[in-house]
Design a binder for this molecule. Structure first.
Ligand SMILES: Nc1ncnc2c1ncn2[C@@H]1O[C@H](COP(=O)(O)OP(=O)(O)O)[C@@H](O)[C@H]1O
Ligand SMILES: [Mg+2]
Length: 137
């Protein structure tokens, strides 16, 4: 089963909408709550990163019998040093973004913790792709 969601960069009022929609679908499919929680935490952080750091993006979700595959692709400034971006507390978020309660620098580390597999690919000046796999069995 495949789903696709668009993400608007800069639009914090819609941040989390795609993650909520995926959560609802997984509940309807009777995916165990602990698995839903892990995936949705990772997905939400990825969605917020597109809103906070990129220009626009989309989320592809592919639900298979034994795994959920998510890819979050954006057009944006990209990440120059992925290893640095993965460090807890590292953030380039603007003051305005921090005042809205985002930009603690815990998003990527939390994604790493909650995903069974996480891969970040980025090209500076072009964009970023984050792949997440969560196993159902
Ligand atoms: N999709 C993205 N596009 C560009 N930069 C990103 C993206 N996702 C993360 N980053 C960079 O990695 C840093 C760390 O991300 P994260 O751990 O989610 O912290 P935060 O979003 O709170 O800053 C961000 O501050 C930003 O510099
Ligand atoms: Mg973040």
């Amino acid at each position: 089963m495949k789903f696709k969601y668009e993400i608007e960069g800069g639009n914090f009022s819609k941040a989390g909408n795609a993650s909520s929609a995926v959560k609802k679908i997984l509940k309807q499919l009777n995916v165990p709550p602990a698995i839903i929680k892990k995936l949705v935490v990772a997905l939400y952080e990825g969605e917020v990163n597109v809103v906070a750091h990129a220009w626009n993006g989309c989320i592809h979700v592919d639900i298979e019998a034994d795994r959920i595959f998510v890819s979050i692709e954006d057009e944006g400034p990209g990440i120059p040093d992925i290893e640095q971006a993965m460090q807890e507390g590292y953030s380039t978020a603007s003051q305005a973004v921090r005042e809205m309660g985002f930009g603690a620098g815990m998003g990527l580390p939390n994604m790493k913790k909650n995903a069974d597999y996480l891969n970040v690919k980025s090209e500076v000046g072009k964009g970023t792709t984050v792949e997440i796999i969560t196993f159902l069995k």
